[in-house]
Each structure stands twice: as structure tokens, then as C-alpha cells.
Design a protein around this ligand. Structure first.
Ligand code: URA
Length: 252
């Protein structure tokens, strides 16, 4: 992308724009090994080799955070060997982003996509226990005894699932449930209900941490606000504080 040299230096170093002007004027900046003294010189931020005191300035990638309402029949992947439509195809943007975790082909609802790997790790790390809520249409009414078992945790592939919260969002339909889990094991919700012989007819993710879909229709997406990104990043802080409190309790 074409940009001014001083803007590029300021954006990709620790220095503010005015200081960048000064550094360029002092002959400390080269473009493709040539000294450039004019701060307003146009450069190509992707191709040109810009150096400050001989040190290459790499263009910082702009962080992108997207919330998509995934429709059914779309694969949560960046490409597919069977040529099925992917969530990336739906976004139709030039920037490279990756899904945070995955939703099954038939699952609908809230999916975050980003190019920020640290953010992805933060949200998906099991110890951070980010709550995710799903609305599940089951093949039959959920029995109280199974609801209790699933809430407490059941053994899947030799490992107990973490405590979950299950409620009935519709008084007149006891085969539709809302389940909140804090893990992201493969096909977890389907497998939990299948364990007791319930078939999942529809699965929709309604919320992820502080995020809900609002009025986004299937296939629609929007950028997360700075406030939303910061709140999600606070997970680490909150967990850190909880840990500190527990340690404090143990030692007092
Ligand atoms: N659990 C599942 O079983 N499938 C999903 O797509 C998400 C959670």
C-alpha cells in the first residue's frame, strides 16, 4: 500500500510522527538502501525496505476482529478439499483471518474470526473457561435425571466434562434447551446429549463470553468494537485475580 514515509516510520516504530520527521531529517532512515530526507516521500509499505539506523521496520499487521452469524451448511475452515463453502467465503474480505474454535457444518450462530493469534489462544485456552451458550433442539423432551447428570459432568472419551448450566428457554417446549459450557471439545454438545440417547436436531450458538449476536441475520457479520475486544481480553485479568484470591485464601 502507498503511504508517506513518516507515517510508516511512526506506525511501525516506538516513535511518534513528529519524532519520525526528525529522524528522517537527520538521515537515520533509508528506503531500499537509499537515504531519504523528505518525510512526505511516498513508499510502498508492502514492498519497500525501510530501515531506521540500519534496522528493518516491519509493517505491523492491523488486528481484525469479526463476529459472524454462521449459517448452516458452511464449513468452519479457511479452505475445503471438497470445495464446500467456508466461513471465509462468506466474509469475502481481503484480510486473512482465522476462526476462533469451530462450529460443525450444520451448527449455526456466533463465530469469532481474527488474525490475532494471542486473542485466539486466550479465548480457547481451557483454563480460561470462557462460557459459550447454545440453544439445542433435541429429538425428545429432556428428562430431569439426564439434565442433572449433564449439568454435573459426564465422562466423554475418558475425561469428565466441566460443570454445565442447562435451562429451558421456552416453557411450552421442553425438548429445546439452553446449555452453557466452558470447554470447547470436539462436537461436545452433540456428544453430551447423544450420551443419553438424545439426537440433536438443531444446534445454535447464542453467546460467547460477553458477545451475543444481537440482530445479525445468518450470513451477516460485523467488526467487534474496541470495547468488546478489550472486555474479552480482560478474561486473563479476571482469571488471574480469581487465582490470586484462591491462593490468598489458602495461605490465610
Ligand atoms: N458442540 C457441538 O457439538 N457442535 C458445535 O458446533 C459446537 C459445540
Amino acid at each position: 500500500m502507498e503511504t508517506r514515509l513518516n507515517k510508516f516510520v511512526a506506525a511501525n516504530s516506538e516513535f511518534a510522527r513528529r519524532k519520525a520527521d526528525e529522524l528522517i531529517g537527520q538521515g537515520r532512515v533509508t528506503v531500499n538502501n537509499k537515504l531519504v530526507l523528505e518525510p512526505g516521500t511516498q513508499i510502498d509499505s508492502e514492498k519497500d525496505d525501510v530501515r531506521l539506523d540500519g534496522e528493518r521496520l516491519k509493517e505491523k499487521t492491523k488486528k481484525i476482529y469479526i463476529l459472524l452469524n454462521k449459517p448452516a451448511g458452511i464449513i468452519t475452515s479457511t479452505d475445503d478439499d471438497k470445495n464446500r463453502q467456508t466461513v471465509i467465503d462468506i466474509l469475502n474480505i481481503r484480510d486473512k483471518v482465522f476462526p476462533v474454535g469451530r462450529l460443525d457444518y450444520e451448527t449455526t450462530g456466533l463465530l469469532i474470526l481474527t488474525n490475532d493469534g494471542d486473542f485466539t489462544n486466550l479465548l480457547t485456552h481451557p483454563s480460561h473457561r470462557v462460557p459459550k451458550t447454545y440453544i439445542v433442539k433435541l429429538s425428545k423432551v429432556l428428562e430431569e435425571k439426564h439434565k442433572e447428570k449433564l449439568t454435573g459432568g459426564i465422562r466423554i472419551e475418558g475425561r469428565k466434562t466441566a460443570p454445565a448450566k442447562i435451562t429451558f428457554p421456552f416453557k411450552n417446549d421442553l425438548s429445546t434447551v439452553s446449555i452453557t459450557i466452558t470447554e470447547g471439545r470436539n462436537r461436545q454438545v452433540r456428544r453430551m446429549f447423544e450420551f443419553y440417547g438424545y439426537f440433536v436436531r438443531k444446534l445454535h450458538r447464542d453467546s460467547y463470553g460477553i458477545l451475543t449476536l444481537g440482530n445479525l441475520k445468518p450470513g451477516e457479520w460485523r467488526r467487534l468494537t474496541i470495547d468488546e475486544v478489550n472486555k474479552l481480553k480482560d478474561i486473563k485479568l479476571i482469571k488471574g485475580n480469581e487465582r490470586a484470591k484462591r491462593t490468598h485464601k489458602k495461605t490465610t
